[in-house]
Design a protein around this ligand. Structure first.
Ligand code: F0G
Length: 351
């Protein structure tokens, strides 16, 4: 079967009708990859799986929500969409708008988004406006504009975004043939943890799964408003995707953690970087820095004796590492230069 994208794959759970024009790049259907080497390396006796959403068409989980948000915008006759973004939302909005024939406007914090994401928004012909301010300011601005003018907001406060993103939870349950015990993921604007929890609860209500996972969200230490319980005016982290000081779905994320008996915690940039390198080096998966916050969380909780032997643990890797190659290059071994001679090659190989 050809994977049809999340709207068709989960149509009965999606707020669409026959009249909805489905705008899709066949997003979703992403792999759930066992990570036994990583689990062994950190000394965790758990069944660890990585839901690699970096394999989506634009390289992040945002596509799951964007297919629905853009389809619904088109259905109601919108001509233009707008979003604030730390990069991935803008890349996804630009791509789906291109297919839908809509104009896309994106507001980004100047100099604070990864190059690959900017390249994506540019090649898909979004109008890109950068501000000397952070994501939170950008989101406040686009909300105000969308309230007043005929332009559809496609940030995750648009309910269709979360309705689409909940498909991540459906897929995990379909792939595992049940719910995991623990679901880890990074938290920025707090939409994805909210969406996953919605998805798990819907499957539970329908009797497709018989238990619910604990939701475990991780913020970067320099951008951890939910953990600190206050807005962070000047969020700071190398994980630019989650450099957010006042998340839109703050309350919903707290509720997801509380209802599921999970938690929202923080990890340092050092812990994120180390997890990022381990995922790449031990499992062959290149995710972006923000995505590694979930695994940094697994490592942190494992150290404190959180897991029981054999626990099933899923961690969503939200975006692809190629989006931020600058960061990976900065911390990786540099290529060696050798003369183009057989002898030099042999020597370099250590023979
Ligand atoms: N991981 C990546 C790679 C992201 O791009 C984001 C958010 C998150 C995690 C956090 O997800 O916001 O639902 O809690 N990126 C948004 C953007 C803010 O503009 O691309 P969240």
């Amino acid at each position: 079967m050809i994977w049809p994208g999340i709207i068709e794959a989960y149509r009965e759970f999606m707020p669409v009708s026959k009249r909805t024009p489905v705008v899709t790049l066949q997003e979703g259907g992403t792999p759930l990859i066992p990570a036994p080497r990583l689990a062994a390396e950190i000394g965790a006796d758990i069944q660890l799986y990585l839901k690699f959403d970096g394999t989506n068409p634009t390289g992040s989980f945002k596509d799951r929500g964007m297919t629905l948000a853009i389809s619904k915008a088109k259905e109601k006759g919108a001509e233009a969409v707008i979003c604030a973004s730390t990069g991935n939302t803008s890349a996804s909005a630009a791509a789906y708008s291109a297919q839908a024939g809509l104009k896309a406007y994106v507001l980004i914090p100047k100099g604070k988004i990864a190059l690959g994401k900017l390249a994506q928004a540019m090649i898909h012909k979004a109008t890109i406006l950068q501000i000397d301010g952070n994501f939170d300011t950008a989101l406040t601005l686009v909300k105000a504009v969308a309230d007043k003018y005929p332009i559809t907001l496609v940030n995750s406060i648009n309910p269709y975004r979360l309705e689409g993103q909940k498909s991540g939870a459906f897929e995990v349950c379909d792939q595992l043939k049940g719910s995991p015990l623990h679901h880890f993921l990074p938290v920025g604007n707090a939409g994805n943890i909210t969406a996953y929890w919605m998805g798990y609860k819907e499957y539970y209500k329908r009797g497709i799964i018989t238990s619910l996972p604990k939701m475990l969200g991780f913020q970067a230490a320099g951008a951890a408003p939910i953990v600190l319980g206050r807005v962070v005016e000047h969020p700071k982290t190398i994980a630019t995707a989650i450099r957010i000081g006042n998340p839109a779905s703050w309350k919903q994320a707290v509720a997801a953690a509380a209802e599921s008996k999970g938690q929202i915690d923080l990890v340092t940039d050092e812990e994120i970087t180390s997890a990022y390198q381990m995922i790449a080096g031990l499992e062959g998966i290149f995710c972006e820095p923000a995505s590694a916050a979930g695994i940094a969380g697994v490592i942190k909780l494992n150290r404190s004796g959180y897991f029981k032997s054999g626990d099933s643990v899923v961690c969503t890797l939200t975006g692809h590492g190629l989006k931020d190659a600058d960061f990976s290059m900065g911390i990786s071994q540099k290529p060696q230069s050798i003369n183009g001679e057989f002898e030099d090659l042999v020597k370099a190989l250590g023979f």
